[in-house]
Design a binder for this molecule. Sequence first.
Ligand SMILES: *[C@@H]1O[C@H](CO)[C@@H](O)[C@H](O)[C@H]1NC(C)=O
Ligand SMILES: *[C@@H]1O[C@H](CO)[C@@H](O)[C@H](O)[C@H]1NC(C)=O
Length: 406
Amino acid sequence: MRRVVVTGLGAITPLGVGIQRTWSRLLASECGIVSTSSLEPSTRWRELPSQVAGLVPLGSHEEGKWQASDWLKRGDERRMAKFTQYAIAATEMAFRDAGWRPQTQEEREMTGGYKKVSPLFVPQLLINLGAGHISMKYGLQGPNHAVTTACTTGAHSIGDASRFIAFGDADVMVAGGSESCIHPLAVAGFSRSRSLVTTYNTHPELSSRPFDRDRGGFVIAEGAGVVILEELEHAKARGAEIYAEIRGYGCSGDAHHITAPREDGHGALLAMKRALKNAGTRPKEVDYINAHATSTPLGDAAENAAIVTLMLGEEGVQKADEIAISSTKGAVGHLLGAAGAIEAIFSILAVKENTMPPTLNLHNKDSNFNCNYVPLESQRKDINVSMSNSFGFGGTNASLVFSKYR
Ligand SMILES: *[C@@H]1O[C@H](CO)[C@@H](O)[C@H](O)[C@H]1NC(C)=O
Ligand SMILES: *[C@@H]1O[C@H](CO)[C@@H](O)[C@H](O)[C@H]1NC(C)=O
């Protein structure tokens, strides 16, 4: 099987535009979640039970903020849905970071498409338009493929793209997820399924608190994450800087309920086990886990149970406090279709920089939560292997395993 490495990163998040901006604010324990009560039309926003969201800050690129004109021509801006705009901008950042773009006809044919998430309401219509625009802009004529697996989309995109490379369908793939969901109807829908937090409307920065005793639901958020994946020899031949190697990918279905996890986290456990098996890595070699943990009472507990079962089981660690897990959703909220991509990026950076990003607002862990959740502040640790979990409505789970490239 051909080896696959990560050579470029791009991101737009509630913490800002660009990887540097996002990562440095994340490590500084800053929060990108704000109140929606001043958004227009204010009557619509103010009647909603949940009035917090992770919004991409508006302003110029120099300030690490978003304005479409920094990335797109006027005509394109009008023509493209916002999630496509984010996807294009994040892809441009990732290509610049990788220091590569397709030049010859042959390279264009060997280069992959882009995957993205649909906006919530017109999935059939728009599902692959982000990918389509990106392939046109860069002349990418390899696999052009769009995943739609709810909140697992970003992880499946990266996992599937790595398989395309491993199997020889492409040498380079652009992969990730993009989300633009901040609309009263989306908030109303998730409120009706009782998924969103409603108790911190006056303190947005406290609202997303994964693993904390007082967590009460997730915070909706927007943005995009894109990685450039490259076949190892292709990357070496051009002297590329390698962030990490993608070692494993595992998927599972809960076969249980459309929105609720199994309490014991069995689906999550299967996905993690399969990813580790695929990576040829034992549980005790996993130095850091970026959890899906969205700050819901049930979901965080189920995932925690699955992680503990995995990590304390066969070939695992001795004690729960040796397990290092954090959920970056405390800082950025839940980016839905982009969550798996942005969290994969954080897991890749954790490997590259030997740093675990913090879980914000974790003041009192649930009494039966005994791991190291990297509360409040980032921690340094030698990280050879990281794992990123993503779970989605429809009972779909995926895990990705990254390691240092040596
Ligand atoms: C697997 O996916 C389902 C999708 O609804 C999700 O709710 C659940 O949290 C995941 N499984 C777990 C944590 O066991
Ligand atoms: C890092 O992890 C990989 C993947 O499990 C493993 O093959 C390698 O031996 C590890 N390296 C070190 C120095 O632990």
